[in-house]
Design a protein around this ligand. Structure first.
Ligand SMILES: Cc1cc2nc3c(=O)[nH]c(=O)nc-3n(C[C@H](O)[C@H](O)[C@H](O)COP(=O)(O)OP(=O)(O)OC[C@H]3O[C@@H](n4cnc5c(N)ncnc54)[C@H](O)[C@@H]3O)c2cc1C
Length: 303
């Protein structure tokens, strides 16, 4: 927890309006559950981030970086550290020929749309992913025929010493819903994408088709974090959950979606422990039916 002295130091380089002590996190994640963090800090610029990281590391304050919160489940007990929020205030997108540079807080859907408007193909898969560029590159977000791995050429990060570094796409160790950044204390501030020239109408129609498929198959009308579990090799999590008889299985306000069993949804008044209990039951029943261990795709934050 930040001391008064640390807060005073932070206010020397960050306006007070960007600092939220004892901040509820439910409204900053798409699951809409969970407790508060000791302090949430919204970041506007790379310079602010560098200064903040240097200070937090100097005083040994734990921190977590939050993008759009669409893959994060916050425990009810909250997080007794600082949440660094990188979203809309850092969302510049620049197009240069077939290259796009997007700041980490830009929404993937917006970058995909801008690419399409410039007749650039390769990011259509991202049109319906409700995450930020930063979260997307950390998770190697992907859908249908694409993933970040195929289009990312450079990643700009701030390291533990508060220094800016540039990593090449090939050094990112992208894997299924993972990258080297999942285990390294680097904070993404921007990403460069390399795309191909394409036909604007075809790009738009592909994105519309992907989004229509999402609306048809996914329970987008409820808060969730998308697919709760990773796809186990050779299986589909949703199908195994359905075959284990768990369609509509509910504890408190958390429920296995009737529309897509791979999604656990918040029916309105779920707590994080309802969600975690449903996850636990799903893992147990799928293991006893199929001998397969489901691994969470959602990042769980909390004490
Ligand atoms: C309805 C729905 C549908 C979805 N569909 C898909 C899909 O088709 N494919 C898919 O891959 N995902 C999907 N997701 C999951 C989610 O949108 C993606 O994983 C997305 O990339 C997460 O981005 P975010 O900004 O919301 O990340 P967050 O949830 O904010 O964070 C996720 C992880 O990234 C880290 N992180 C975030 N920003 C940064 C940063 N700037 N620097 C360093 N670390 C950072 C966080 O610390 C955390 O570990 C879906 C989610 C929902 C709710």
């Amino acid at each position: 927890m930040l001391s008064e002295t640390a807060l005073k130091k932070i206010k020397e380089f960050l306006p007070e309006e960007q600092i939220f002590p004892d901040c509820p996190l439910a409204e900053r994640t798409t699951f809409r559950v969970g407790g508060s963090c000791s302090c949430l800090i919204e970041i506007d610029t790379e310079e602010q981030l560098c200064s903040l990281i240097r200070l937090l590391n100097l005083i040994g304050e734990p921190y977590f970086v939050l993008g759009n919160g669409s893959n994060t489940l916050v425990r009810d007990s909250g997080y007794s550290g600082t949440v660094i929020h990188i979203d809309k205030a850092m969302n510049e997108i620049k197009v240069d020929g077939c290259e796009i540079f997007a700041e980490a807080g830009a929404m993937l859907s917006k970058v995909a749309r801008v690419a399409g408007e410039h007749g650039l193909t390769g990011l259509e898969f991202a049109a319906g992913i409700p995450g930020s560029v930063g979260g997307g590159v950390v998770m190697n977000a992907g859908a249908y025929d694409g993933e970040m791995k195929n289009v990312v050429t450079k990643v700009r990060v701030v390291n533990r010493d508060g220094e800016i570094m540039e990593l090449s796409g090939s050094s990112m160790e992208f894997g299924y819903r993972t990258s080297v950044l999942k285990n390294r204390p680097f904070i993404v501030t921007g990403v460069s994408f390399r795309l191909q020239e394409g036909d604007r109408a075809a790009i738009r129609s592909k994105m519309e088709d992907f989004n229509a498929r999402r609306r048809e198959k996914q329970p987008l009308e409820y808060p969730s974090a998308g697919s709760t579990f990773k796809r186990p090799e050779g299986h589909f999590a949703g199908q195994m959950i359905m075959e284990a008889g768990l369609r509509g299985f509910q504890i408190g306000g958390a429920r296995v979606s009737d529309k897509h069993c791979g999604f656990i949804i918040n029916t309105g008044n779920a707590s994080a422990s309802d969600v975690l209990d449903v996850m636990g039951e799903v893992q147990e029943r799928v293991y006893s039916c199929f001998g397969v261990k489901l691994e969470p795709e959602v990042v769980i934050l909390g004490d």
